[in-house]
Design a protein around this ligand. Structure first.
Ligand SMILES: [Zn+2]
Length: 350
């Protein structure tokens, strides 16, 4: 064991099989496995939150974003608890009983997107039709007393409308076998996405934010299934994961929330994704150059070409160049970089 808490494996051969038995403590800060005591005896909320280079606080792994692998997870849970993971449940204990929850293997995913959550919650299960194949199972849940504030129909719409929008506009199916939205006592993040699993701070339900704010939170986290999930930007271009997610999720919100204008100045500044809006403006700038359809066509081609892997900004620019018939390398050099100056443009309703 190294002094940095990592296992050093200096003489590995390609055909070695590594088996690690380990016990991990609960995390005290952002990345790791968290345990939050609930007000009700015997019911807590446990959730894993990875981050780039933070997955190793949950389990032993080669913690590199580009080293993807399928994950097969089982969770031993107490009576009355339920579990959600990154893939459909294969088997579980009878309702209310303690036992083992087994999940199907995931597609190849980066370590920091492997997670699960467990606790006592209430909610509803439904499904979202897809262009091809079986409907996608979708659930909306809230832990503990937050369940009483759950408006199932409203929240399910917030999830399924952008889901249909992304599939239709990008021409790329939702990449996972489950889509679960859980409101739980997480902090400090407002929300985050793992594979097939979105967890939002349950305080949001008590605060009763306006429809646009809540729709933006859900649409943003869902868009990460494609941007950051299905395809991960290389480390040097990691800022583009958030920029692309903000660009496409605001487009979805503008189309699916009546009267929403997320790019209007004051409105944009009040949204939870405002920190990424400036970088997303580079992609709106590209819209002016090649048109929104070519932007979407390029994104769709990039997602299909690099599905379940890592890609670079240059790969993306190549797809946009092919989709538009224009060589966009000079534009990308000048404009497609974090906080690029000169992108201010008049606010508009999308
Ligand atoms: Zn994000």
């Amino acid at each position: 064991m190294g002094c940095d808490g990592r296992l050093h494996l200096p003489r590995l051969a390609a055909d070695n099989v590594l088996v690690v038995e380990a016990e991990f403590g609960y995390a005290a800060d952002a990345a790791g496995l968290h345990y939050v005591t609930g007000p009700e005896a015997g019911c807590a909320f446990v959730y894993g939150r990875g981050s780039a280079t933070g997955a190793a606080r949950m389990y032993c792994c080669f913690d590199e974003p580009d080293l993807r692998a399928p994950f097969t997870v089982s969770v031993q849970a107490p009576a009355r608890w339920a579990c959600l993971g990154n893939a459909p449940v294969l088997s579980r204990p009878s309702d209310g009983e303690a036992g083992l929850w087994r999940f199907a293997p995931t597609p190849a995913i980066p370590p920091w997107l492997a997670s699960f959550c467990a606790g006592c919650w209430s909610g509803s299960a439904l499904s979202c039709e897809q262009d091809r194949g079986d409907p996608l199972p979708v659930t909306v849940q809230a832990a503990g007393s937050a369940g009483a504030r759950l408006d199932h129909r409203y929240l399910a719409d917030l999830l399924t409308r952008p889901l249909r929008y992304y599939q239709r506009k990008l021409g790329v199916r939702y990449p996972y076998g489950t889509c679960d939205l859980v409101f739980g006592p997480i902090s400090p993040a407002l929300a985050y996405s793992a594979t097939g699993l979105i967890i939002v701070q349950d305080q949001v339900l008590a605060d009763e934010p306006d429809a646009l704010f809540m729709a933006t939170v859900v649409a943003h986290e869902l868009a990460h299934a494609w941007f950051g999930g299905l395809v991960t930007m290389s480390r040097a271009d990691a800022w583009l994961d958030e920029a692309l997610t903000t660009y496409i999720s605001r487009a979805a919100v503008a189309q699916t929330v009546p009267g929403a204008t997320p790019w209007d100045g004051a409105t944009s500044a009040a949204l939870p994704d405002q920190d990424y809006a400036r970088d997303a403006a580079a992609i709106r700038h590209l819209e002016d150059l090649i048109g929104p359809q070519a932007v979407l066509d390029g994104l769709g081609a990039w997602l299909r070409r690099h599905a379940h892997g890592e890609a670079t900004k240059d790969d993306l620019v190549r797809c946009w160049s092919q989709a538009s018939g224009q060589d966009l390398r000079a534009w990308a050099f000048e404009t497609l970089r974090p906080g690029a100056p000169g992108l201010a443009r008049p606010a508009r309703g999308v």
